[in-house]
Ligand binder design. Structure first.
Ligand SMILES: [Zn+2]
Length: 115
């Protein structure tokens, strides 16, 4: 049997890379469309340590799952969905939490150790 050539392998890797890049860009676009709304929802204190310093808002759900649910419930076309409809759906269903930088880093570390 012929061994897969380096060329074939790098093409496959490139396809995977391209898929991830497209996906990351898409997720970023979904987020950009609702970012200003998220910024308005930042609370005054960190949910865990109550500090009011270095706060950041996090979406608790997976934004891709939210978007998938939006497409199913709204019958919006993909591609070509309405940004306004997405934004409305997002505002209605999103769950957020406000965390300081330190708590956020600790949670991330905890999840990394669990893997
Ligand atoms: Zn905190």
């Amino acid at each position: 049997m012929e061994k897969p050539r380096a060329e074939t392998i790098s093409l496959a890797a490139a396809a995977v890379g391209k898929y991830w890049l497209t996906r990351m860009r898409f997720i970023r676009a979904l987020r950009v469309q609702v970012q200003s709304y998220l910024e308005q929802r930042v609370e005054e204190k960190c949910k865990y340590c109550q500090t009011d310093f270095n706060l950041n808002i996090e979406v608790i759900q997976n934004i891709e799952d939210l978007f998938r649910a939006f497409l199913e419930e709204s019958s919006e076309p993909m591609p070509g969905y309405s940004y306004q409809a997405w934004s409305r759906y997002f505002k209605k269903h999103v769950q957020t939490r406000t965390l300081c930088f330190d708590c956020s880093a600790m949670i991330e570390e905890y999840h990394m150790m669990k893997q």
